[in-house]
Design a protein around this ligand. Sequence first.
Ligand code: CP
Length: 307
Amino acid sequence: SEGLHTIQQLGEADLRSIIDRSLDLRGGASPRVYRSKTLALMFFESSTRTRVSFEMAAKKLGASVVVFDSKNSSLAKGETLKDTISTISSYCPDAIVIRSSFGGASILAQRWSNSAVINAGDGAHQHPTQALLDLVTLVSHFGSIDALAGKKIAIVGDISHSRVARSLVSLLSKVGSKVVLVGPRDLVPWQFEGESVEITDSFDSVVPKVDIFYMLRVQRERIRGDSVIHDQEYASKFSLTKERFSKGSNGAMIMHPGPVFPGMEVDSDLAESQRSLIREQTRNSIFTRMAVLEAVFEANSNTKGEA
Ligand code: CP
């Protein structure tokens, strides 16, 4: 079965087709109907947006959804991840959406399953549907994919632990945007997996040149070892305050994948202002995940959607 594990696996035609279909759905196009399809949601890590929007997206396509409750599952009795996924797979869902704290979990799950597996975030590795919905939001804002070429996007915060950053950097490099990674030295890798990106720990020096401020949360749950992040010190250098934002260009916009910690990564008023695309990201998540599910159902089916 063909699933979606990383942004790298998507060719230009796949990418344009998902973006165009997401925008068509957003514009009111009728979704295809998949009443005979079943989607299993297997979240081994907490989630609000990704889990609920996948469930809503599947239901808008007429598919059935089974939500696996990891806390009350036999994982608590010591069953392995492999046996857990193999068991759910043996019930033959058409697709499994998986989130796990382990990088590579989605690719492993695909080996253990006959269903198509969709990665909803695996450790610090990839979160492809987040990057796709972010791209849909950017295309909608700037008017076309081609308009993103040369735009400067600062991804700010805890880059090291961010699967969102990894997927987004890959996607933005495909469309020709310029990416600058900004964050404290402890939280930004000096090499970024072969991608050509600018890296800096001086947010103030890049603020005037940025078209999109993409702010990230500090992922305290993933920070180990000697890295100690002090909130006030972090915010003084890396928070998008009103003062800092006022030094940016007139058309600069703000994005954040959520969850947002108001006042830490971005000023609360700014996050809710006309200069914020955060609500657009949330809105686009449904259309993008509908487009991804349509593509996965079509790729793994001999029959076309029912309508
Ligand atoms: N952006 C995102 O993945 O949010 P959730 O963790 O709430 O799903």
